[in-house]
Design a protein around this ligand. Structure first.
Ligand code: HEM
Length: 162
């Protein structure tokens, strides 16, 4: 396998495969709280870019649900990080934020959707990835729908599986 590009050293703690250790918790205004499992893959091919795939499943019936994939780029010589994301819901997104140690806080920088996306439309997404001291990875996602406040949509923790 390719040698890690030195530009990725600040993000090397993300690389590998992560499995939700217990089901994540989701909420959205129009439905009761729900639970899901999720597998995250972060890999590289020697470029200063991380490739990622996130696949979520229904916690009880195991059916595939949300999926997203994309690329992570770091600002050369800085601590600015960009996620370039395609989601199976028809959303494409660039999220940007700053890396502080092993905590990454991201906000929507650009967002586009299919012409036939259902309403209401999401306007802003924020997420935090944090590697906890005991080695678990945590992701929290919040979003604001048109004219609404930023509300938490997802919270989940993962353990490293490879
Ligand atoms: C609903 C966005 C990840 C499960 C929604 C809605 C939006 C949204 C905009 C409301 C409109 C709609 O139903 O399409 C996002 C974004 C995500 C994300 C931006 C990632 C950053 C996930 C994940 C799951 C999930 C990982 C896990 C299974 C749901 C469910 C609903 C929902 C169950 C309610 C569905 C419905 O009413 O049809 N999400 N979502 N989402 N999301 Fe997410």
């Amino acid at each position: 396998s390719a040698e890690l590009n030195p530009a990725l050293l600040p993000l090397d703690w993300l690389l590998g495969v992560w499995e939700s250790d217990e089901p994540g918790e989701g909420s959205f205004s129009s439905i009761p709280p729900f639970r899901y499992t999720e597998t995250l893959h972060f890999s590289h091919v020697g470029q200063p870019i991380i490739n990622f795939m996130f696949n979520a499943f229904h916690a009880e019936n195991k059916k595939p649900m949300h999926r997203e994939c994309g690329f992570i780029r770091m600002q050369p010589g800085g601590n600015r990080v960009a996620f370039i994301i395609a989601q199976n819901s028809g959303l494409v997104e660039i999220e940007e934020g700053d890396l502080t140690g092993q905590c990454l806080t991201l906000h929507t920088h650009a967002l586009a959707r299919t012409s036939f996306a259902k309403e209401p439309h999401v306007q802003q997404i924020s997420r935090v990835f944090q590697l906890r001291p005991e080695g678990k990875l945590e992701q929290t996602v919040s979003m604001a729908m048109e004219g609404g406040p930023l509300m938490q949509h997802l919270h989940i923790t993962y353990r490293r599986s490879s």
